[in-house]
Write a protein that binds this ligand. Sequence first.
Ligand SMILES: [Mn+2]
Length: 262
Amino acid sequence: MTLAPAPTPQKALLLGDVHGRAGWFAAICEEARRRGCDALVQVGDLGYGVGDTPEALAFPARLEEELTRYGLSLFFVDGNHDNFDLLLDPTKPLTAEGFRQLSPRVFYIPRATRWSWHGVRYLALGGAYSLDRRGRDKAEELEQKARVWWWPEERISEGDLYRSLDGPPVDVLLTHDAPLEARLPGAPYPSPPTEANRRYISTLAARLKPRLLVHGHWHVRYQDVYRPADGPRLQVIGLSRDGDWPGCFAELDLVALREQLR
Ligand SMILES: [Mn+2]
């Protein structure tokens, strides 16, 4: 079943990692409404369906409740702290844009989805490597004790990359991880799987010529500009995490964006 398109937002609050904190999310919704936003665009590690504490189990319903209270929609990409069994649930319907509608106001944007808002072309590619997973041995040990809240789908696959490359250029990339070229404040821990994941995003940026890339994951707020493959200048916005106010969000006028990206 394919649904009608999701409501097209006019003004968004871009939002970094939330990690399942409902109270924090409620405060963000209030701030978004105060600024006249009609949507949240969240770049992964929402924490959707992760954990079995009462708060974690109630989180999806709390999202819907707060969004309704403040008249917002939520569009989000996946991170490495999101429940892929729920995000990839084939019984949940897709909108005309390809968003998976998880509840009335909550739209998950699957990897390699392309869509347009107000003449601006977007592509989403979530996913990152969990630095907090501490290796396979440890995870197997944990798995014997209790459920491990980790999914192998978290990393970008070659298939995700090729599906993303299969199409025309885009204006905006929404990702969880950062391209390798982005100068993150504070040196990220060197790790080959992390670099492999970031390299996929670099490849995407070099091929699709976006002008703006918004990401989360690294829990640091910064902006950078570079030229992928000597193409047009790419502005990178990294958003911080829950607990970092106002570093975890940025306002974006989605209607004016088309002119700004020219
Ligand atoms: Mn993350």
